[in-house]
Design a protein around this ligand. Structure first.
Ligand code: FAS
Ligand code: PHB
Length: 402
């Protein structure tokens, strides 16, 4: 496939230039196209590379609803798995969180981010929306003027410039858009956790149908899946660990040691087809706008994956941003654009709080000492004994309203 997924080079002018071809950028492009707004996606990597990344696994109901309304929910509804609840393992026992009952009927969908990204790329190709891959040295410029533009380079077409009305910074935590904002115009908030997640993907049936979040004195573990023949496991690991320190046998031994015996007994060990370590951090940049630049998704915020919020927050940002741009172009009404950062951050911070709370409760914090351990025990005991606490967990896990 050529670097640009449509004939020829990208246009020299568009209404919205989107930097980043992950879920945020691709979903925004599709929603803008459906609203009759011209856009171009500039993605640094090849499509194969983007689609090789194994990331999120759980979609909130707000996310699945928006994907359906964008016309990309078909395969998700055929192949995705609706989950009514999950288990929390603690001291050798489990607490079942009945999401459907506690949230008043809401559920989550198990359908990998990789598949969502596939579906979005297919829809954009079908719609003829230009996605430029392997766009190098992307630079958003003139952001504080009424005539912003983005320069970039491709091997195929050399130096290029796209004039636009707005730039959407959907280029993730390590992208260039957030750093294009002057330091005195942005404030960041961050907490880095003293551990990472070592994840393994294996072509074996899952240990059980529903997810298991396990607390153990050896460390946290998570049993998830992508489909009935493809399982996803995580264990909390040291930030200094390397993938090569963890041959499959060591990984599975440690995973089993952190699970209740009756659950561990169902583990089917399979060769890892993907193995990676992700650092954990909470991060928010405020505001999510600078002049004609709007940030969305990981470019603006990061959550520890414990609460399965990262991808879902990217989607809610795009709901607010696409709605605002549609009002701007459709009714010449700029109020939603003015309110975008505040609207998005209000939901972001609630997801940051939940992700931090769940991470703090269920991971092993070596430096928290005996007091920290007792607080974690009390947190779990309160949760186990309080329907109100479980309802609060369920409401956050299925996703707060957009
Ligand atoms: P993304 O990072 O997905 O996409 C940004 C895109 O911009 C990328 O394709 C990148 O190549 C491109 N880009 C970067 N710089 C660029 C530049 N200068 N020019 C052009 N393009 C550029 N979330 C969960 O809910 N559960 C999980 O288990 C989970 N696991 C994760 C594991 C890892 C290793 C990582 C990094 C994240 C994980 N996340 C998880 C969070 C993840 O799913 C993100 O929330 C989600 O990808 C956010 O989507 P985007 O905002 O589109 O950012
Ligand atoms: C996953 O399946 O990758 C997954 C599921 C739930 C989480 C994090 C990751 O909280």
């Amino acid at each position: 496939m050529s670097a640009t997924s449509h004939a020829g080079a990208a246009p020299k002018r568009t209404q919205v230039a989107i930097v980043g071809g992950g879920p945020a950028g691709l979903l925004l492009a599709l929603l803008l196209h459906r609203a009759g707004i011209d856009c171009v996606v500039l993605e640094r990597r090849s499509r194969d590379y983007v689609l090789s990344r194994i990331r999120a696994g759980v979609l909130e109901q707000g996310t699945t609803d928006l994907l359906r309304s964008a016309g990309v929910g078909g395969r998700m509804d055929r192949e995705g798995l609706v989950h009514d609840g999950f288990d929390i393992a603690w001291r050798g026992d489990t607490l079942h969180i009945d999401l459907r009952e506690l949230s008043g009927g809401k559920t989550v969908m198990v359908y990998g981010q990789t598949e969502v990204t596939h579906d979005l790329y297919d829809a954009l190709d079908a719609a003829g929306v230009p996605v430029v891959h392997e766009a190098e040295d992307v630079r958003p410029q003139g952001l504080e003027t009424a005539e912003p533009f983005v320069t970039y380079r491709t091997k195929e077409h050399g130096e290029r410039r796209i004039d636009c009305d707005f730039v959407a910074g959907c280029d993730g935590f390590h992208g260039v858009c957030r750093t294009a904002i002057p330091r005195d115009r942005i404030e960041t908030f961050e907490r880095v956790y003293p551990f990472g997640w070592l994840g393994v993907l294996t072509r074996k049936p899952p240990i059980q149908e529903e997810l298991v979040y396990a607390h153990h004195t050896r460390g946290f573990a998570l049993c998830s899946l992508r489909n009935p023949q493809l399982s996803r496991y995580y264990i909390q690991c040291s930030v200094s660990d390397k993938v090569e320190d963890w041959p499959d046998s060591r990984f599975y031994d440690e995973l089993e040691a952190r699970l209740p015996d009756r659950i561990a007994a169902n583990l089917q060990r399979g060769e890892s087809v993907e193995k990676s370590i992700a650092p954990l951090r909470s991060f928010v940049a405020e505001p999510m706008r600078y002049g004609r630049l709007f940030l969305a998704g990981d470019a603006a915020h990061i959550v520890p994956p414990t609460g399965a919020k990262g991808l879902n927050l990217a989607v809610s940002d795009i709901y607010y941003l696409s709605r605002a741009l549609t009002a701007h172009y459709g009714e010449r009404d700029g109020r939603l654009l003015e309110g975008y950062s505040g609207d998005a951050l209000a939901r972001v911070w609630k997801a940051e709080r939940f992700s931090w709370w769940f991470t703090s409760m269920i991971h092993r914090f070596e430096d928290d000492g005996s007091f920290g351990q007792r607080i974690q025990e009390a947190e779990f005991d309160f949760l186990a004994g309080s329907k109100a606490a479980q309802t609060a967990l369920a409401e956050n896990y299925v996703g707060l309203p957009f």
